[in-house]
Design a protein around this ligand. Structure first.
Ligand SMILES: [Zn+2]
Ligand SMILES: [Zn+2]
Length: 109
């Protein structure tokens, strides 16, 4: 345990470390660790572990938001193509009316 005795707390550099966090492998003094499921965890790792449940539910919320944003983007894109299609359809329509069908192109008398 010589290694531990020479270490200082990650948060308090003047204090000797008594515990090494098994998660982040950093050294901490007695005040900086909390017992959690028979393990001495630092405050950061404890917060990370206890937030795990909410992060998982947040993952689904983010996933749904991304899905909604994606479908919204698709709708906008689709509408843009729809408008372009309408414009493209309207152009040859007037073109045909103006030239081909009104002109006597088949040579009838
Ligand atoms: Zn830690
Ligand atoms: Zn400390």
């Amino acid at each position: 345990m010589n290694d531990l005795a020479n270490q200082r707390c990650y948060h308090h550099h003047r204090r000797e470390a008594v515990v090494r966090c098994p998660d982040c492998q950093r050294y901490f003094c007695r005040e900086c660790v909390t017992e959690h499921h028979d393990r001495m965890l630092c405050s950061q790792c404890l917060a990370r572990l206890t937030e795990g449940g909410t992060q998982r539910s947040g993952f689904w919320v983010r996933g749904m938001l991304m899905l909604m944003q994606g479908s919204l983007g698709f709708l906008v894109l689709w509408y843009a193509f729809y408008l372009i299609g309408l414009t493209l359809l309207s152009i040859p329509h007037t073109f045909h009316e103006g030239t081909i069908w009104e002109a006597n192109w088949w040579g009838g008398k």
